[in-house]
Design a protein around this ligand. Sequence first.
Ligand code: NAP
Length: 248
Amino acid sequence: MSGKSLAGKTALVTGAAKRIGRAISIALADEGANIIVHYRGSEEEARELLNELARRGVKSWDVKADFEKPGEYESLIHRALDLAGGIDILVNSASIFPPEKLDEVTLAGLMTNIEVNAWAPFVLSRDFASLAGKGHIVNILDSRINDADWNHVGYILSKHVLSKMTDMMAIAYAPEIAVNAVAPGLILPPPGKDQEYIERLKNTVPLKKHGEADDIADAVVFLAKSSFITGEVIYVDGGRHLKEYSNG
Ligand SMILES: NC(=O)c1ccc[n+]([C@@H]2O[C@H](COP(=O)([O-])OP(=O)(O)OC[C@H]3O[C@@H](n4cnc5c(N)ncnc54)[C@H](OP(=O)(O)O)[C@@H]3O)[C@@H](O)[C@H]2O)c1
């Protein structure tokens, strides 16, 4: 019998194939959790992660869904439950991050950000609450929810929506389900930027460094193991949310 604290639990991690989602999946597996790997396009990376998880001695499955296609995310929890038989932890990490300044925002673009980054996580959470019935939800936000991201306006507005939904779901789904969030700061360079990009921004962080995907994973594991925290946001950003962000 494993002494690991999440042994026997099953976690569904969205956007799990790469980067932060992958680190979260591995960290949960290292605590003994079985993992349902959600991906959209990164099939090869998802398969590679399944192999990595198998080497860690946990069970794993993959599920595909595009969060711009309602039929795909509305069936996701059902499909995941059919595969794994139960879900105890839902981590909403998948997101889009399109660059867009205030004068470039369109209604269609805003709605896509909201659908992928807030609405789909909410639908998954609501289905998880009604079909799984108990456990933990951890939403991945962004430490700029304290302020703004003037270069990704639709994105940051969608994270504000998910942040408020986190509070509302924490009340609505108690006492069976704890709903919390992790707000990452400067962790990995966004698509199209290299490592030098985040190295240059280190000076904007009070702790004068960028974080690692494992820092986010550690916070998710902490929340998934907790029995007395709900409606909380853990900022994993070296203190950056305490300082004003660039106004673009
Ligand atoms: N990276 C950072 O420094 C940072 C900073 C602040 C906040 N965050 C937050 O932390 C989380 C993870 O960040 P990340 O940088 O690892 O994310 P990412 O690499 O930009 O995206 C994670 C995954 O989201 C999935 N995804 C994108 N569009 C989708 C869609 N329409 N339907 C379903 N899945 C979709 C992709 O899956 P496929 O590859 O399978 O298509 C992708 O691998 C996100 O919520 C992000 O907002 C990250």
